[in-house]
Ligand binder design. Structure first.
Ligand SMILES: [Mn+2]
Length: 352
């Protein structure tokens, strides 16, 4: 079968479907600890295979669906997802990866297995170009945007559930359309918005939240240290791998803060999230450099993350890893304040 190996321009959805051909056993993989964008993209791809090819597909993931919002998304929209520890990768004849790329360190596809299809909006990785089909659009705000275009290209009906999922994927990845939004994202937004089920969406966005979540937030604030316009929180042990990202977003909204780094230990890994509000900055490159030779990392212009294995390390060695990451971060950003001020040290005099 001849499929253009280049980053596809015209009729990408049709080209992607031609890769499947007569093959029946399809696996759609999300990234680890799936977020709404990867979940919605996987659900859309499954819908696309079902309606354009009459083919069933399995959605796989590793890690946990941590945030209460994301659990609600899966539950209310009835997205059927299977943990990879219950999967045998060799049983599938087609593997599609959404919102992630091969060997990026944030998906559970075994190293020696190359996916056939990759759809993503992170910077293109060289290994990805070896896949039969890849459609990687780093300037897009979400993978949900790409999948919305696919559904429209194929003229498939998008029901309210799927529209709500894609809308939520687009909304969360662009932080409510406040970052990395292109015309394509706005087009997808305008297309999806009238189809959204408002009460379902409200239920997803406002779930009840465990008490532990509030306590971790309080703890993270207590552990936050500000260095000029940089806020760093070493959050300690985490019960949910998504909380560094949430905290990094939350702290970034503080007046005078332009960069955030939040990290914490989750199941033998140091997880970290980097955010910036500065335009033209490369949070992804910063993340990559602070974990260099320690772990994996990457991301977008304003949003990035990484992880470092702490297996076999003693508590003091773990602390050294966190310190190294912090030092590298401050150095890369050329921060002059090396001491830092604990966020809670002096209650700010708020004029309002
Ligand atoms: Mn995404």
């Amino acid at each position: 079968m001849s499929v253009s190996k280049a980053n596809v321009q015209e009729n990408p959805a049709k080209k992607m479907l031609s890769v499947v051909g007569q093959k029946r056993a399809i696996l759609i993989m999300c990234h680890n600890n799936p977020d709404p964008d990867t979940i919605a993209s996987a659900a859309a791809l499954k819908h696309l295979f079902a309606h354009a090819l009459r083919r069933k597909a399995v959605i796989g993931y590793a890690g946990t669906i941590g945030r209460a919002e994301n659990r609600q998304l899966v539950r209310r929209l009835k997205v059927d997802m299977v943990r990879t520890d219950k999967l045998n990768f060799s049983k599938f004849s087609v593997i599609a990866l959404v919102d992630s790329q091969p060997h990026s360190g944030n998906n559970a596809i075994p190293r020696e297995v190359m996916p056939d299809i990759v759809i993503d909006h992170h910077p293109l990785r060289r290994d990805t170009t070896r896949c039969t089909f890849y459609d990687v659009r780093p300037h897009y705000g979400s993978s949900s945007t790409i999948l919305t275009e696919y559904l429209r290209e194929l003229d498939l009906t998008v029901d309210r559930k799927l529209a709500t999922a894609l809308y939520y994927g687009l909304k969360t990845d662009t932080n409510g359309l406040s970052r990395s939004v292109t015309k394509a994202d706005l087009d997808a937004f305008n297309y999806l918005f009238p189809k959204v089920a408002p009460r379902t969406l409200a239920g997803i966005e406002n779930p009840s939240i465990p008490k532990s979540y509030y306590l971790k937030f309080a703890d993270a604030i207590a552990r936050s240290v500000q260095y000029d316009d940089v806020m760093i929180s070493n959050m300690g042990t985490l019960y949910n791998p998504d909380v560094t990202a949430e905290m990094a977003d939350f702290l970034l909204r503080m007046e005078g803060v332009r960069w955030t780094l939040c990290m914490g230990e989750y199941k033998e890994y140091l997880l970290l999230s980097v955010r910036t509000s500065r335009r033209g900055m490369m949070a992804g490159k910063v993340a990559l450099r602070i974990v260099k030779s320690l772990g994996t990392g990457g991301g977008h212009e304003k949003v990035a993350g990484g992880k470092i294995s702490l297996k076999g390390l003693k508590p003091e060695e773990r602390a050294q890893v966190a310190k190294k990451v912090t030092d590298r971060f401050l150095k890369l950003l050329d921060v002059q304040d090396h001491e830092g001020k604990p966020l809670t040290a002096a209650p700010p005099a708020d004029p309002r």
